[in-house]
Design a protein around this ligand. Sequence first.
Ligand SMILES: Cc1cc2nc3c(=O)[nH]c(=O)nc-3n(C[C@H](O)[C@H](O)[C@H](O)COP(=O)(O)OP(=O)(O)OC[C@H]3O[C@@H](n4cnc5c(N)ncnc54)[C@H](O)[C@@H]3O)c2cc1C
Ligand code: FES
Length: 476
Amino acid sequence: MRISEHPILKFERGKSITFYFDGKPVQAREGETIAAALHAAGIFTLSRSLEHQRPRGFFCAIGKCASCMMEVDGIPNVKTCLVLAKEGMSVRSQTGWGRLSDTDQKRPLPRRTIPELETDVAVVGAGPAGLSAALYASRFGAGVMVFEENSRIGGQLIKQTHMFFGSKEHYAKVRGIDIGAKLAGQLGEKVEVYTDTPVVGYYKHNQLAVIKDHRLFRVKAKKIIIATGASENMLAFPNNDLPGVYGAGAVQTLMNVYGVLPGKRMLMVGAGNIGVIVAYQLLQAGVDVAAVVEALPTIGAYQVHASKLRRCGVPILTRHTIERALGKTQVEGAVIVKLDDQWKPVPGTSRTLDVDTICLSVGLKPTSEIFVQAGCRMANISELGGEIPVRNKHLETTVEGLYVAGDASGIEEASSAMLEGRLAGLDAAAKLMGFSREIQKEIDHVMESLKELRAGPFGEKIREGEKNLEKEILGS
Ligand SMILES: Cc1cc2nc3c(=O)[nH]c(=O)nc-3n(C[C@H](O)[C@H](O)[C@H](O)COP(=O)(O)OP(=O)(O)OC[C@H]3O[C@@H](n4cnc5c(N)ncnc54)[C@H](O)[C@@H]3O)c2cc1C
Ligand code: FES
């Protein structure tokens, strides 16, 4: 169902179009992804699992989990959460691996040379980190190409309707949705941004494989900054793969980007900032939130967000978790249970909630594939979200000329992502154009700002993670 009224957002929907799902017409709006349009039409099962043909809906909505893969115009394994619906398109649900038609399989591959693009700095990902990297590298004279797999730029910010905390320099009191636009508006003519353009591989001597309009391109860059963000963690419980179990970011994407309701009644799992903020945004969109469960004894979110939710009558149950999801083809309920201080379910405390949607907000992990492929030295630092590349203080990894910035370097927040992007962009530009006094002053300022941002109680986990990363580097 599409949202008709929202207290903050006005949905400017494109013109009506029709595409075909398993041969039946589906009405969509221009600018909607295939998966969002199918949701709006009440179609939640997009594919079936490889082994047991269990129904699969989508989970992440940002191209990172593969549960939305369908056959589109004869091409299998298309991530329908990223691809926009088009007039007359044929979309088919997919079981297992997916295959090309016999005719397509027999068709000889065209012999084409791979076109090449060259740039001073290639940035992968147009979230706050990537956009800041592009902005500052170009300000100091470098030519920059930004590659973004989504059709919109801004990364996670495109769906954050709440006002950000922090200082004025870091866009405090500005809504996330407006920050991305502000950053993009500052990019000058030395920056070229390619949307709908995933980076699918790294090759030695700083070369990237990039796909644009079904064509492969080789990008040769003097420096590369990877700012690919993070993906949502899954939680193990029976039926966690049913359509209707979403990551918190996916729910935000559906509601706040496409104006489509994920369900009517929701259970939120996780009372950190993201869980509590998204639970409130669900209420704003008209979804009933049955409860927020949190396994820890305390709420992780800022008090201001938690209090807002409580004032709306939503219970936040600490020391509780989800035991299982109910339903055969999609979520029809959830069983929650109390935990004792050994994290064990307390017998006799299970109860069933009447919900049609379950939202998981149980942490993020950095997107690390490109670093692994490039042969960067990696470290597993739990306080920073898991596997991250080892880097120096200016964020250059152990592969010369390859930088990391933002959530890909460790899970934090948009303010630090912007500062890290800026730092990587400045260092890359300085190494290409030469270290001037002005650029050094900028670098010093950014490093000081990062330190300030991570001072205080909320930066404790990050400081611990940084310390453990240093130990790991020194220990080798
Ligand atoms: C619900 C919620 C609330 C939040 N609230 C706040 C807040 O109040 N304050 C705050 O400071 N932070 C907040 N954050 C955190 C903040 O949004 C993230 O820390 C920040 O967006 C990270 O920026 P990034 O640029 O590193 O990654 P992202 O914003 O995730 O951007 C990464 C980009 O890379 C692209 N990409 C990934 N892989 C590829 C590839 N192979 N090829 C091309 N492109 C690729 C992605 O499509 C994406 O656009 C919140 C997050 C969430 C989910
Ligand atoms: S990849 Fe599309 S939902 Fe995860």
